[in-house]
Design a protein around this ligand. Sequence first.
Ligand code: ADP
Ligand code: MG
Length: 326
Amino acid sequence: MQDLKQQAFSEFDLIARFFTPPARGGTVGVGDDCGIFSVQPGFQLAVSTDTLIEGRHFYADTDPEDLGHKALAVNLSDLSAVGARPRGCLLALSLPAVDIQWLEQFSAGFLALAQAADCLLIGGDTTRSVQGISMTVTVLGEVPIAQALLRNRALPEDDIWVTGALGGPFTALQMLAGRWPRDEQVLAQVLPRLQRPVPPYQWAPELIGHAHAAIDISDGLVQDLGHILQASQCGAELFFDRLPLHDALGQCSQTEQMEAALTGGDEFELCFTAPQGSRAYLLDSARKAGVAVERVGVITRGDALTVYGADGAPIDSVFEGFDHFS
Ligand code: ADP
Ligand code: MG
């Protein structure tokens, strides 16, 4: 990159100061032409990339530390969705100007999560943008050969599970946008779920060999489960009263709860399917890892997705009210 070099604070100073975690264990990290690390024998590389653009995926006034965290978190979520263990990441950053304070906070948020997830920053690119900030994060993970959790692996009679608690990010977005009445107490509870999502990156590899299909919930449970159903050519039954709702939703109406839990995106939790024989293992292993898991439905033959309400009756008609559902 040429243009940042003309500034008093050069591109190389910037990379050295903010984006050079110590390399370790034979890994070649930031500062060489490629990052290099070994994959264990018997494993494959799992790779995913996501871009966040100012004005589209985040606002200019977003807390830089939250943003650094989230830029990596949304990518770790993709690794979790195939059961891969995080190994390394790359960060391509495009900035309109060098803002030291912003960079300090952004890199702190990014590197803290990278360290927690054992996902070493091994390279990237730094460029000057014409307008606004954008960032592309690429993550590399490892997964046992031919055992990744894919969308097309669900089988009839599999249980459907979700991790975490649903509806928090959706509720936060509705209140911030003024579509739902703003309740400061509720907002304070759900905002962290929107700003600093924590996908179950540590536990996800333990699903290998025990779960069949998986996806991360980024567009809403119904829509994301729909991708599994389509790829696996199956149907499903979901039970609303089994869905783990975020605590703060206790004060919302049932219609709001359903909308939030079934259609709310930005969760970065997992939805996965597993044979009934895996129940005991899954509950035990999730408990040990401190991950909340809930069995919320079952995969069926056919192609219909039916959601049953608390009264046991199908509630498909409710969806007609959700304009973003169709
Ligand atoms: P090259 O000219 O070979 O592309 P650069 O000058 O772009 O190298 O980058 C120098 C080194 O810094 C490389 O190792 C690159 O991977 C790394 N790097 C550049 N930008 C970032 C960033 N934002 N985060 C992490 N590493 C980065
Ligand atoms: Mg470069």
